[in-house]
Design a protein around this ligand. Structure first.
Ligand code: NI
Length: 192
């Protein structure tokens, strides 16, 4: 009996350790992972040009998923990214940012174009068919879900992570905008 209690305790403790490790992995805003984040996609930018994963090669990139009707997370992230561009100055031309909509039904190229005018002009908005967007979302292990609103319409619940990719298009870490833009700019410049 004693032995069995001891065993249950070990199992329970092992479970707790595992849950703790998973929580750390999920909650750490700058986690690094060997799991592949990123992959093949074909989308259309705000000027109507087709863009594939090849666009991530040759310079570091920021990739994130959102939608133009987003009340807070997306505009905040786009603002923070614009601040990083400001801190990078002309060197910022060496950084590509891809804002991929998870709401392609409403976010057509012209919608993205108008929306992105409030932010750094180097930010690239991407949309496509629902299927094209789903392929990109899955490739980045991002999450997006339509949430109907009481008064009609909907918002998209979505992954808020901004992925930092290196010049080979490999995932480095997610961005932490708690850091000052100058510090993030330096981190990115180190990847040039
Ligand atoms: Ni958003």
């Amino acid at each position: 009996m004693k032995q069995r209690i001891g065993l249950s305790l070990i199992v329970a403790l092992a479970g707790l350790v595992l849950i703790g490790a998973m929580a750390l992995f999920v909650l750490n805003p700058e986690r690094s992972s060997t799991d592949a984040i990123g992959g093949a996609f074909t989308l259309t930018d705000q000027r109507g040009a087709r863009v594939t994963e090849a666009a991530l090669k040759g310079q570091p990139s920021l990739v994130f998923f959102g939608f133009t009707h987003c009340p807070d997370v997306c505009p905040t992230a786009l603002f923070e990214i614009s601040e990083v561009y400001k801190a990078l100055g002309p060197k910022g031309d060496g950084l590509k940012t891809f804002f991929i909509t998870v709401d392609p039904e409403r976010d057509r190229p012209e919608t993205l174009k108008a929306y992105l005018e409030s932010f750094d002009p180097r930010i690239i908005g991407l949309t496509g068919s629902r299927e094209e967007v789903d392929i990109a979302t899955r490739a980045y292990r991002a999450f997006a879900r339509k949430v109907p609103l009481d008064g009609g319409g909907y918002v998209m619940d979505h992954t808020a992570l901004v992925y930092l990719m290196d010049k080979k298009g490999r995932f480095v870490s997610s961005m932490n905008f708690e850091r000052p833009p100058e510090e993030n700019a330096k981190r990115i410049a180190d990847l040039f």
